[in-house]
Design a protein around this ligand. Structure first.
Ligand code: NI
Length: 186
């Protein structure tokens, strides 16, 4: 595993529709390993292969869903590695929140996303998988799947702004009142 450089705008790979993964071999496994290490080092809650300059349909999401009860013990983050992900179902309800992207450092935007989704895809052994996600987890998946189609959060945002403090972009979402001002980067 190695930490690799995250590609940033205006690199054209971020605007390219990524190719489907057809062979689940050790190269794909190595790419996923590098993505995981790079995402954790950033740190981020999600990463798509084009962000490492590889135009392939592979995403990682690692996120701990916060409990509604503030006194509940912290939930360990759950890691999802999905090849060829596709949203097969989504809620009609949408929700607006702030997002950042590791490929667009220093910017945040308010983006409307589906409140819940069901996605289909494959694990690294080529076995089909299905994930149901709501809230922030659903948002991160939608953000990463967009990356595979060359779509960035700034394309969907109702407003985009520059953040002076880089740290603000790296904050993870929490359930508290300041949540509206916080954002995920992925
Ligand atoms: Ni991103």
């Amino acid at each position: 595993m190695s930490i690799r450089k995250i590609v940033t705008l205006p690199d054209p790979v971020l605007r390219t529709r990524a190719r489907k993964i057809k062979v689940f071999d050790s190269k794909v496994q190595r790419l996923a390993d590098d993505m995981l290490e790079t995402m954790r080092a950033a740190p981020g809650v999600g990463l798509a292969a084009p962000q490492l300059g590889r135009s392939q349909r592979l995403i990682l999401v690692e996120y701990a869903e916060a409990d509604d009860d503030p006194e509940a013990p912290p939930v360990p983050p759950k890691l999802f590695v999905v090849a060829n992900p596709e949203i097969v179902r989504h809620s009609t309800e949408t929700v607006s929140a702030n997002e950042g992207c590791l490929s667009i450092p220093g910017y945040l935007g308010e983006v409307e996303r589906f409140q819940s989704i069901t996605l289909r895809g494959y694990n690294l052994h080529g076995k089909p998988l299905r994930v149901k996600a709501t809230g922030w987890l659903a948002r991160i998946f939608q953000h990463e799947i967009d990356h595979l189609d060359g779509v960035l959060f700034i394309d969907r945002a109702t407003q985009v702004w520059k953040v002076e403090d880089q740290e603000a972009v790296q904050v993870s979402p929490t359930q508290d009142e300041s949540r509206k001002r916080q954002a995920v980067s992925s």
